[in-house]
Design a protein around this ligand. Structure first.
Ligand SMILES: N[C@@H](CCC(=O)N[C@@H](CS)C(=O)NCC(=O)O)C(=O)O
Length: 249
């Protein structure tokens, strides 16, 4: 498994790949998603190694034209200025769609991106069981895996008391270990979460697994999961996304 660098500081670099000046339309306008006026490539606001890596991988897998803009999550700045003006939630990812509206929530951004191609490969087509099974995974990863990592990232800043810090760390590490046991059993010897086909759910789970070393969880305790991780690392689109975020040595 390649060593990742950057240590997911969620943050500091300002990278812009072919970024055009941003003209943001702040209306939510979710109902007008289908009425795109193709103006400029979509732009993903990301922080290196953060959960924004998942939709970044999806864009690379789909081989779509896209731009990237790094966000400093500590001071909420990016090349376009005050990130809170772009995404008032203050978190990454955010996607500037090609009608200039902003879409947030990583799990939804990935679905939106896959639906642009709508070939049913990395996300099942509307009405298929595959689509809802993939969504079932997306929801599980978002609520049970991703969000149980979050407290581990803030330990040093939140807890000054070493004992409290250790207790919280043990609690969330155990919690994640339970999820990893379940995932290991479900993945088994399959190539991906959905069996033989890589989907948007794998992009998301892979992203979460890249955080294990940083939070001190040894993923090698789950052989199925390290095999799964290595398989995903080898995908050209994944390597591309990691390189674009400056995470590959
Ligand atoms: N509900 C959001 C949460 C995204 C999230 O947790 N982003 C983290 C990075 S992985 C973040 O931006 N944290 C900094 C902050 O919220 O200030 C989603 O699922 O997209």
């Amino acid at each position: 498994m390649p060593q990742l660098r950057g240590k997911f500081a969620f943050a500091t670099k300002k990278v812009r790949i072919g970024a055009a000046p941003l003209a943001v339309n702040f209306s939510s306008g979710y109902d007008s998603v289908s009425k795109f006026i193709k103006e400029s490539p979509m732009k993903l606001f990301y922080s290196p190694g953060a959960c924004s890596l998942a939709p970044h991988i999806v864009m690379a897998e789909l081989n779509m034209a896209y731009e990237l803009e790094a966000v400093n999550l500590k001071d909420k700045t990016c090349a376009s200025g005050n990130y809170n003006m772009i995404n008032p939630k203050g978190s990454v990812p955010a996607l500037k769609m090609d009608n200039n509206e902003i879409l947030t929530e990583g799990a939804i951004i990935s679905q939106f991106l896959a639906d642009q191609k709508n070939d049913g490969i990395i996300f099942g087509k509307y009405g298929t069981t595959e689509r809802y099974r993939t969504l079932e995974w997306m929801n599980y990863i978002s609520t049970e895996v991703h969000k149980n990592f979050s407290p581990l990232f803030g330990l040093d800043t939140i807890y000054k008391n070493a004992e409290a810090k250790a207790e919280v760390k043990a609690f969330y590490t155990n919690c994640l270990s339970d999820k990893f046991n379940f995932l290991s059993e479900k993945i088994g010897t399959n190539n991906f979460l959905m069996g033989s086909q890589f989907t948007i759910a794998d992009a998301y789970l892979f992203t979460c697994f890249t955080w294990t070393e940083y939070v001190g969880i040894d993923l090698s305790a789950w052989t199925n999961l390290t095999t799964y991780m290595n398989r995903i690392y080898e995908r050209p689109a994944v390597m591309r996304a990691l390189k674009e975020e400056g995470l590959l040595k």
